[in-house]
Write a protein that binds this ligand. Structure first.
Ligand SMILES: [Zn+2]
Length: 570
C-alpha cells in the first residue's frame, strides 16, 4: 500500500490523500477505524472523509466502509480528503502554523467482502508532500523520501506532527546512545525547553533504573502548547501531548502536573505498549475492544506517574503527598465509588469514563483516579506481605523480562495469578475488596505501613450536596443521598435564593456561612423557565481538605520503609 499526502490547504483544514494499492482479492473494501488505541471511545473518524473518488466503481457499505468493484490484482487509485480541525491527541488538526495527524482518522486498511481477511499485516509507504519551510515529526522509518510502517498497527501507533518553521522549538539529545527529540509546537508561552529536556531525561533515567533499559531505539516527545486543553496519548516510540503554554513556571504545581503527564505517557512505553494484554494487537478497529483491566493500563500508570517525581528527583516528597491527598479527596467526593468497581469501570470505559453526563459521578468511577490510589495500596500490600522483599516494581521488571524473552502478554483471566506468582503474595482479599468489589479504601491502614497519617479538615458551611458553576447559581451536579437530592434539586436548575436571600457569586459565601447544620432552608430556583420552591434540611459539613503527613511516632524501621518506597527500589 502506498499513500501520498498533500498538505497545502491549511486554511481549509483539508488533507489531500491518494491511496495506491493492488487488490489482493476482488471487490476490496476500504475500512477506516472507528477508534484509536489508548482512547476508548467510538469516534467515527469517517465523518471527516470527503470527496472520495476511484478509477473503479466505489460505493458506501456502512459509515466507515467503502466497496470498490474491481477484479483481483487490479491496481487501484483512491483519492479523498480529510477534514482536520479538532486539536486533541486522538483526532487530526491542520492550520497555517501546525498540524497533528492521527493516523486512525486518515488511513484505510483493506478487507474482503466477507470481512474475513484484511491487509493489516502488509507494509505501508507514506509520502508526505508539504512546503519546505515545514517540518515533519514522526517515528516511522524514513528512507528514500518515504515513511515506512511495517504493518497497519505500527502506522496507527505513529502520529505525525507538522510545524511551520515559525511554529516550533526543537532539542535533540541522546541517552544511552538512543536518539531522542523534544519538540514544542505552537505559540510560545513561558516555555524553557532546556530545563524541560533535563526533566524528561530524569524520567527516562528513572525508567532505566526500574526496567534496566529504555525499550525503544528512538523517542519523540511532541507537545502542542495551547491556551486551553490538556491530554496525552501513548505510543511505542513517541508521546504526543497537548499542554498549557504557561505551564513551564518551575515554581508552580502546573509544571509538576506537566511533568507527571510526560512521566505517565513514558511509563506507557512499557506498561501497555509492550507489557500488555493479549487482545491489544492486532487490533479490531471496527468496534469496541473490551477488557476489565484498563485500571492496570491507566491506574497503575497513574500511580507511577506520581511516584516518578520524587523517585527521579524532580519534586520533593511533600509535593508527592500533596498530590496523593488531592486524589484521595477527589475520590471521597465521588459517590460512584460505592457503586462501580474498578473492574466494571474498566469494561464500561467506552460508555462510562469517555461519555460522562451530569449523573455519572453518582454511578461511575474513574479507573485513573481510583486505580492510581488502589495501585499505591497494592504496592504497599505486596511490600507488606513479603516483608519488603518484593513490590510492584518487582512485578513490572519481571513482566518486562517475560515480554522480551517470550513476547508474554497477560489476559483478563490470568493477570491476578501472574501478579501473585511473581510477587509471591496472595491477593484474594485485596481483589475482592478493591478490584472487583466496592469497599471503601482502607487508605489509613496502608499509609500507616510507611509512617504516614491523614489529617482531615471540614467545610465551614453545612452540606447541601450540589456542584455549582462559577456564577454560583446553575446546578451542574447533585450528589447521591445529599440534602439537595432528597429535597428535589436537579442538575440544570438555576438557584435564585436561599431563605429569600438572592444567591450569586458575591453573596454565596456570606449566606452559606450563616446557615446551620440541620437547618431547614427555603430554596427558590428556576427549572425549565418555571419558578419553583423546595424546603431542604441541611446536614453536617463534609471534608474539605485532606493532608497526608508523616506520623512522627512511627518507628525508625517504618520511617525507613517510607524512604525506601520513595526511592527507586529493586
Ligand atoms: Zn494513560
Amino acid at each position: 500500500m502506498y499513500y501520498k499526502l498533500g498538505i497545502s490547504k491549511f486554511n481549509e483544514h483539508l488533507i489531500d490523500v491518494e491511496l495506491n494499492f493492488q487488490a489482493e482479492w476482488e471487490n476490496p473494501i476500504l475500512e477506516l477505524p472507528n477508534w484509536t488505541p489508548g482512547s476508548y471511545k467510538i469516534r467515527d473518524y469517517s465523518k471527516n472523509i470527503i470527496n472520495i473518488t476511484c478509477d473503479y466503481p466505489i460505493s458506501k457499505l456502512s459509515k466507515h466502509q467503502w466497496k470498490i468493484t474491481s477484479a483481483k490484482n487490479t491496481n487501484i487509485v483512491v483519492k479523498y480528503q480529510v477534514y482536520a480541525f479538532e486539536l486533541t491527541v486522538r483526532t487530526s488538526y491542520l492550520d497555517n502554523l501546525y498540524g497533528l495527524l492521527t493516523p486512525a482518522s486518515i488511513f484505510f486498511y483493506i478487507s474482503d467482502n466477507n470481512n474475513q481477511i484484511d491487509n493489516k499485516g502488509n507494509q505501508i509507504e507514506i509520502d508526505i508532500r508539504i512546503q519546505k519551510n515545514w517540518k515533519i515529526f514522526c517515528t516511522l522509518n524514513y528512507t528514500n523520501s518515504k515513511y515506512l510502517a511495517i504493518n497497519y498497527d505500527e502506522l496507527i501507533d505513529s502520529p505525525i506532527g507538522l510545524a511551520h518553521e515559525n511554529g516550533y522549538e526543537l532539542l535533540e539529545y541522546e541517552i544511552d546512545e538512543i536518539p531522542c527529540e523534544v519538540v514544542l509546537i505552537g505559540v510560545k508561552g513561558n516555555q524553557n525547553i532546556g530545563k524541560f529536556k533535563d526533566d524528561l531525561i530524569k524520567i527516562q533515567k528513572y525508567s532505566i533504573k526500574l526496567f534496566g533499559e529504555l525499550p525503544y531505539d528512538r523517542y519523540l516527545w511532541v507537545l502542542y502548547v495551547v491556551g486551553k486543553g490538556r491530554g496525552g496519548l501513548e505510543h511505542k516510540k513517541s508521546n504526543f501531548s497537548i499542554i498549557n503554554r504557561w505551564a513551564f513556571n518551575n515554581d508552580e504545581d502546573k509544571y509538576n502536573e506537566l511533568i507527571e503527564l510526560e512521566a505517565h505517557e513514558h511509563f506507557h512505553a512499557y506498561n501497555i505498549k509492550r507489557i500488555t494484554l493479549d487482545k491489544f494487537g492486532p487490533f479490531d478497529y471496527s468496534k469496541e475492544n473490551y477488557t476489565k483491566l484498563l485500571w492496570v493500563a491507566e491506574g497503575i500508570t497513574s500511580h507511577y506517574d506520581k511516584v516518578t517525581l520524587p523517585r527521579a528527583g524532580i519534586s520533593d516528597e511533600e509535593y508527592y503527598w500533596k498530590n496523593v491527598s488531592q486524589s484521595y479527596l477527589t475520590l471521597l467526593k465521588i459517590e460512584g465509588r460505592k457503586i462501580k468497581s474498578l473492574s466494571e469501570a474498566s469494561f464500561d470505559a467506552w460508555i462510562g469514563l469517555y461519555q460522562p453526563h451530569e449523573g455519572s459521578h453518582n454511578f461511575d468511577i474513574s479507573y485513573y483516579l481510583k486505580g492510581g490510589l488502589v495501585s499505591l495500596m497494592l504496592d504497599l500490600e505486596i511490600r507488606h506481605q513479603t516483608n519488603w522483599e518484593n513490590s510492584l516494581d518487582t512485578f513490572y521488571l519481571e513482566l518486562y523480562r517475560l515480554f522480551k524473552t517470550e513476547r508474554f502478554r497477560y489476559t483478563d483471566e490470568n493477570f491476578k495469578q501472574k501478579l501473585e506468582e511473581i510477587t509471591n503474595t496472595n491477593l484474594d482479599k485485596f481483589w475482592k475488596k478493591y478490584i472487583i468489589g466496592v469497599d471503601e479504601l482502607d487508605f489509613e491502614y496502608y499509609l500507616d505501613l510507611i509512617g504516614m497519617k491523614i489529617e482531615y479538615k471540614f467545610e465551614k458551611t453545612p452540606y447541601l450536596g450540589v456542584v455549582l458553576d462559577s456564577s454560583k447559581q446553575n446546578v451542574l451536579k447533585v450528589r447521591s443521598n445529599s440534602p439537595a437530592m432528597k429535597g428535589g434539586i436537579y442538575s440544570k436548575d438555576k438557584i435564585i435564593s436561599i431563605n429569600q436571600f438572592e444567591i450569586n457569586k458575591s453573596t454565596y459565601d456570606t449566606i452559606f456561612k450563616n446557615l446551620k447544620s440541620n437547618e431547614i432552608v427555603k430554596i427558590h430556583f428556576i427549572r425549565d423557565q418555571v419558578l419553583k420552591m423546595v424546603e431542604i434540611q441541611l446536614e453536617d459539613p463534609i471534608i474539605s481538605k485532606i493532608k497526608i503527613i508523616p506520623n512522627e511516632s512511627s518507628s525508625d524501621i517504618v520511617k525507613n520503609r517510607r524512604k525506601l518506597f520513595l526511592m527507586q527500589s529493586k
